[in-house]
Design a protein around this ligand. Structure first.
Ligand code: HEC
Ligand code: HEC
Length: 305
């Protein structure tokens, strides 16, 4: 009996040791990637100061750019996600107030964060969706920086992003991509212009910056990369999805109210507050563009665009 207990004791000790080794490995692997140093030099941009550019920056940041979703309407930061086993994500206070990073950030630091997903000190930013912002035009990058700069200071500090044990395990397993710096081609050529208008081209631009991050490269929807575990899959926006039965007006009403033509409300994961502020022309451009994309079954993200 005693001997049997001893064996059970050894097995239990062995299992605990294995769990500790696995936990240490997950911690070590994730930490090595969180601490990697990215020596990227953001491109030089000239930041405008005129009110039209600042208004344009505000519009992009509050609509398809989505900055306010995580950094708050006043850019003082806010909680994005808080579930200790998975992680605690707060968007930073970007203003010059106490506890904000605005006073320390240079224009180049903001561009580095947006276009490379890299912080001032060279570490990869967690969660900040910079892949989306690699599609922004030169003028819009400059306008957003101008708007960020123009915000009044607000005194409040947000806690640093922390990833819990479950979040780290998912991250190491490749199920919770959160470091956009790892996926961005930092040497890609930059310098893009786009002309706002009711055109397929401008619709494609808005979708690339504002919709593909969740609805996927092909806009066919499916599980959202880097989304919280309880998020529903994104809808299929290709002509194979339910949009084929919608009208342009129904699409507009949906983006303004979050209610589908059949009366069903959408999940709060879909950023209706931001899409409700798109202009009529922008929504028409999106609609035009969505008519041109190839049909793909929900979740199929490999078809050529
Ligand atoms: C999905 C949420 C999310 C969105 C959307 C988002 N951010 Fe962030 N951002 C974060 C988080 C979280 C951090 C802090 C990350 C960290 O410290 O690892 C951050 C950090 C930053 C930083 C600080 C970089 C530094 O050196 O400390 C800047 C600047 C920034 N974001 C600008 C923007 C701008 C401009 C936009 C819109 C174009 C934007 N963010 C959109 C989540 C977001
Ligand atoms: C943060 C993630 C996210 C972003 C960004 C996002 N969506 Fe969505 N969207 C979703 C999710 C999730 C659903 C499905 C929710 C549900 O099942 O209720 C959805 C549903 C929809 C639907 C309903 C379609 C249907 O068949 O019912 C439309 C239309 C839509 N999104 C359009 C857009 C457009 C256009 C953009 C860009 C301007 C966009 N979405 C950006 C997450 C997102």
């Amino acid at each position: 009996m005693r001997r049997a207990l001893k064996v059970v004791g050894y097995v239990a000790a062995g299992v605990i040791a294995l769990i500790l080794v696995a936990a240490a490995a997950v911690y070590g692997f994730s930490e090595a990637r969180y601490r990697r140093h990215y020596a990227v030099t953001p491109r030089a941009i000239s930041v405008p100061t005129d009110s039209a550019s600042i208004a344009r920056g505000a519009h992009v940041a509050q609509t398809f750019g989505g900055c306010v979703e995580c950094h708050g309407e006043n850019l003082a930061g806010k909680v994005v996600f808080d579930d200790p086993p998975v992680g605690r994500v707060y968007g930073k206070n970007l203003t010059r107030g106490k506890g904000g990073v605005g006073a320390e950030l240079t224009d180049a630091d903001i561009v580095r964060a947006m276009e490379h997903g890299v912080a001032r000190d060279g570490r990869p930013l967690k969660v900040m969706p910079s892949t989306d912002y690699t599609h922004l035009s030169d003028a819009d990058v400059a306008a957003i920086v101008a708007w960020v700069r123009s915000r009044p200071p607000i005194d409040t500090a947000q806690p640093p992003v922390q990833v819990g044990p479950v979040g780290r395990a998912l991250f190491v397993a490749g199920k919770l991509p959160m470091l956009h710096a790892e996926r961005i081609d930092h040497a890609r050529p930059m310098g893009m212009t786009v002309t706002p208008g009711v055109t397929v081209e401008y619709g494609r631009y808005i979708a690339a910056v504002g919709c593909q991050g969740c609805h996927g490269q092909t806009l066919a929807g499916g599980p959202i990369e880097g989304g919280a575990p309880d998020w529903p899959p994104a809808a299929n926006l290709t002509p194979a999805g339910s949009l084929k039965t919608w009208t342009a007006d129904g699409f507009t009403r949906f983006l303004r109210t979050g209610v589908r033509p059949n009366g069903a409300p959408v999940s709060p994961v879909m950023p209706i507050r931001e899409t409700s502020r798109l202009t009529d022309d922008e929504i028409r451009a999106l609609w035009l563009y969505l008519q041109t994309i190839p049909a793909a079954p929900r979740g199929v993200q490999t078809a050529a665009r």
